[in-house]
Write a protein that binds this ligand. Structure first.
Ligand SMILES: C[S@@+](CC[C@H](N)C(=O)[O-])C[C@H]1O[C@@H](n2cnc3c(N)ncnc32)[C@H](O)[C@@H]1O
Length: 262
């Protein structure tokens, strides 16, 4: 976890923003319980959980519920899928608790296609999460479909060119957007002024508030040596988690775009 202060940059008229300091805390442990956070204290949650039924996350889910590994071994895909989501449901419930009325939960998630046992099928993570969040009391808002094309040679699954065993290739993920309760109200002059400072430019609004994003990834220049991949990052995170349950202090990096998002 980190704790850091940062400047949010100037407001639209070029003067320093009044809310020019932000503090960031990072807690390196499960979000199923966030006891450090008071009820109704958070305005925005943006998260990318492990994707159920994508093989790279099997071990993490199975560590939390051994029945998941067993279900996968026995070819019970639907049971494994549901058990993985029951673990994530705890996180969404905790998100609901800590969000302020009118606060947002944004979840980046992809669906999975997989053969378990002898059966190939789609595991629709985005619809399972949407229905769980709706049942918890979230208001479901329009979602973003994030197109991520793949050039992988095995992109055409199933029987390739032959009907009826050829399957469409998944080349998108989702950003699901939920709100806790009704729209936030801005009553005091200070709240109204801050809302004005947070406004998007017209061009930004047109770019980001569309339901189809077609953004390809960019290489992250994190300063590590070549070959430093996702797995290595995950291992380091695990080491950090073991090393300390306390917040980590560090410096904030904030993009100009981020500074304008309310
Ligand atoms: C799809 S990845 C997202 C990675 C992240 N967006 C990044 O770029 O590093 C899912 C992440 O969630 C973490 N994770 C899994 N279960 C979690 C939990 N209960 N609470 C918090 N994080 C969790 C995993 O360790 C993994 O780092």
């Amino acid at each position: 976890m980190r704790s850091m202060e940062s400047s949010t940059g100037p407001s639209h008229d070029g003067s320093p923003s009044r809310s020019s300091k932000r503090l960031l805390h990072i807690y390196p442990r499960s979000s199923q319980t966030m006891e450090e956070l008071a009820d109704a204290s958070i305005h925005l949650i943006v998260t990318s959980p492990p994707y159920p039924m994508i093989a790279m996350w099997d071990a993490q889910f199975s560590l939390q519920d051994a029945a998941i590994g067993k279900a996968l071994e026995e070819g019970k895909g639907n049971e494994a899928f549901e058990r993985m989501h029951l673990l994530l449901d705890r996180v969404w419930k905790e998100c609901y608790r800590v969000l302020c009325p009118g606060g947002f939960l944004c979840i980046n998630i992809g669906d999975a296609t997989r053969t378990v046992g002898s059966e190939f099928q789609l595991y629709s993570n985005h619809s399972r999460i949407t229905e769980a969040c709706r049942a918890m009391g979230f208001t479901v808002l329009p979602l973003i479909l994030w197109r991520k094309t793949t050039n992988a040679p095995n992109k055409f699954m199933g029987a390739g060119m032959f009907p009826a065993g050829a399957y469409v290739t998944l080349e998108h993920e989702y950003i699901l957007i939920f709100r806790k309760g009704d729209k936030r109200e801005f009553r005091t002059p200070e709240e109204k002024a801050r809302r004005w400072e947070s406004a998007f430019f017209w061009e930004e609004r047109n770019r980001w508030f569309v339901d189809l994003w077609d953004l390809s990834g960019v290489r992250q220049e994190l300063g590590q040596s070549a070959g430093w991949g996702r797995g290595a990052k995950t291992r380091e995170t695990s080491r950090a988690q073991e090393a300390s349950k306390a917040p980590i202090e560090s410096e904030a990096i904030q993009t100009p775009e981020a500074s304008r998002i309310p």
